[in-house]
Unconditional design. Structure first.
Length: 243
């Protein structure tokens, strides 16, 4: 169970990006975080995970986040990642084993077994010794998911993981995330494609600076909530939504 209590954050003390967002997710689930551009989706995650300054608190099973940090994995937006870093696919995945481990520290035989196992889950076992810079966007995203697996994270936050990736990678990732859910994990995904909401997610968080709605898809993925978050423009092109 993870609870967010009054998460707020601003930039330069001027732009209030997220305001008093509170909600709890009790059960293993895949949770979509949606909202218009600039709604504060990325900021919410960063502030809630204490990756930037903000206020409010996050608790895991009633304990402060600090005590459970090892269980939390965060995969940032692709454009925030430096692909030119000279590191192999295997080394990149192994970083999940020891969040505190330094680069180039020796990786044991046992570690490699865990890495190989994770790489085969994301169907990237043949790429272990390749440089990360050689991968496509979709392959790299699969590597980052493999890293959360070796970390054994139970709370996974993915910021726009499907932007610019191939359909095969998207499918492999969604299958794996469903498997993670069956293993008891809670997975949060910032996502912008509303057409896939019902297929991909069990629960939804709708944000526009403040929390608009949160809960099971069939309760909160409604025209009224989407209008509140996105305005009327979203309905111009139509689309199947619950009333
Ligand atoms: N580093 C920054 N400095 C100043 N303002 C920022 C910074 N990052 C984000 N913002 C502003 O904070 C607000 C929320 O941004 P955020 O990136 O969290 O939204 P988002 O919902 O993730 O957007 P998108 O869907 O476009 O990625 C926006 O108004 C944005 O311009």
């Amino acid at each position: 169970m993870i609870s967010f209590d009054k998460i707020s954050a601003s930039y330069d003390g001027v732009t209030q990006a997220v305001e008093d967002v509170s909600f709890t997710v009790e059960e293993p689930a895949i949770i979509g975080i949606i909202g218009p551009n600039g709604a504060g989706k990325s900021t919410f995650i960063k502030a809630a995970l204490h990756l930037m300054e903000g206020s409010g608190s996050t608790t895991v099973d009633g304990q402060p986040l600090e005590k459970r940090k090892k269980e939390v994995a965060y995969v940032e937006q692709k454009n925030d990642i430096d692909y030119s870093f000279p590191i192999t696919v295997g080394e990149c995945v192994s970083l999940g084993l020891y969040p505190e481990k330094r680069f180039y520290q020796r990786i044991t035989k046992e570690d490699w077994q865990k890495v190989d196992n994770a790489l085969s889950l994301v169907k990237m076992e043949d790429y272990r010794d390749h440089q990360i810079g050689e991968l496509s966007g979709g392959q790299f995203q699969r590597i980052l998911i493999a890293r959360t697996f070796v970390q054994d994270a139970s709370l996974i936050f993915l910021d726009e993981p499907f932007v610019g990736i191939d359909a095969t990678s998207e499918q492999i990732i969604m299958e794996l995330l469903n498997d993670f859910k069956d293993r008891g994990k809670e997975i949060f995904i910032v996502h912008h494609d509303l057409s896939k909401v019902e297929r991909y997610f069990d629960e939804l968080v709708i944000l526009n600076k403040q929390l608009i709605a949160q809960g099971p898809i069939d309760e909160v993925f409604t025209k009224a909530n989407l209008q509140k978050a996105f305005g009327d423009a979203i309905f111009v092109e139509g689309g199947r939504l619950n009333d």
